[in-house]
Design a binder for this molecule. Structure first.
Ligand code: FDA
Length: 307
């Protein structure tokens, strides 16, 4: 019930100003976005690596309004990659990028986003790692998939994300599985209309399993983005039946959510990658995490009321 309201608020500038300015917000934000600067995030990556975990890094930010902001986003990723290389963490850390942050929604945005993301993909490849294009709302996906295809011509390891709640995704999964791509499958985190997406959790979970089966039986590299214990158990079963070895797929979870499960899966020999967000423009990312679990909102509300 609350999820859609919070997701609507995640797109409101007024709510953004209100929530971002509240001093009580910060400790709750830290659970999901554990740093604002490269210096703050590096020890977190080192700590995760020491536990046998890999990371995918998200420099938070989306819905930018000028080409200068898009260029700044590109430069933030390039600076991060440079730091990781210096610290020898390059191969442990891949990058996750949102094309909206690279200018996709601006005039000429498709070309602008491609021009901004390409140097990031090149820099990542130069230190032995990859980039995955996150999936945003459904109106952005044709452009995202076209950019993904374009980048794969030179960098075949470039990944993309597909969302089980969208009706279109089963067809996208078949195409991507046949082309041998790296693909992260997630349930989907945006507010989508009933004309394009399942609204019911049970339907979404069933679609997730069908899509996962397509990916596991295909030629590509499936990345299972979920914290759902049932999905994780089913994924292990589907992988086994598809004859996949442990290094032929991976699990991915968000930083701050079911952290003990990250370590457990890694200890079982699975490749586990933790999606780690950092930066100052955390509002949209934070609100989606609140929308996913009502208990997060209760925790947040309690921290406001007890101040
Ligand atoms: P589900 O929502 O059913 O949750 C299962 C259990 O996980 C819950 O019962 C709870 O215990 C725990 N949990 C889940 N979310 C939680 C939260 N916020 N706080 C606390 N506990 C929580 N989406 C998208 O649209 N585009 C994208 O590019 C990505 N990228 C992405 C990367 C990675 C690595 C992950 C794990 C997820 C994404 N997502 C995403 C988000 C995704 O679409 C989805 O909203 C969340 O993963 C929640 O769905 P679950 O599969 O975890 O199941």
């Amino acid at each position: 019930m609350l999820g859609p309201v919070i997701l609507a608020a995640s797109r409101s500038d007024r709510m953004r100003r209100l929530i971002s300015a509240a001093p009580v917000t910060k400790p709750v934000v830290d659970r999901f976005i554990p740093g604002e600067t490269v210096d703050e995030i590096v020890p977190i990556i080192e700590d995760l690596a020491a536990k046998g975990l890999e990371v995918t890094m998200d420099v938070v930010g989306e819905d930018i309004t000028t080409p200068e902001q898009a260029a700044a986003a590109r430069d933030a990723y390039l600076a991060l990659i440079g730091h990781l290389e210096e610290l020898g963490l390059g191969t442990k850390a891949e990058m996750s990028v949102k094309l909206s942050m690279f200018g996709q929604a601006l005039e000429g945005g498709h070309e602008l986003a491609l021009a901004n993301v390409r140097p990031v993909v090149e820099a990542a490849a130069a230190i032995g790692t990859t980039v995955t294009l996150d999936a945003e709302d459904h109106t952005t996906l044709d452009s995202m998939f076209a950019i993904h295809e374009e980048l794969r011509k030179d960098f075949p390891g470039t990944g993309c994300v597909i969302q089980a709640y969208l009706f279109r995704t089963e067809a996208d999964a078949r195409r991507l599985a046949a082309s041998g791509s790296r693909v992260r499958i997630v349930k989907g985190a945006y507010k989508e209309p009933a004309s394009v997406a399942y609204q019911n959790k049970h339907e979404i979970d069933k679609a997730y399993v069908r899509i996962l089966k397509t990916l596991m039986e295909g030629e590509g590299y499936p990345m299972i983005g979920s914290h759902d214990p049932r999905i994780i158990a089913i994924a292990q079963d589907i992988a086994r039946r598809a004859g996949r070895k442990l290094d032929e797929y991976e699990f991915q979870m968000l930083y701050g959510i079911r952290s003990e499960e990250h370590v457990r899966l890694a200890a079982e020999g699975h490749r586990m990658r933790v999606y780690t967000a950092y930066g100052t423009d955390w509002y949209g990312y934070f609100m989606r995490r609140l929308a996913e679990k009502p208990a997060n909102l209760r925790f947040f509300a309690r921290s406001i009321l007890t101040k």
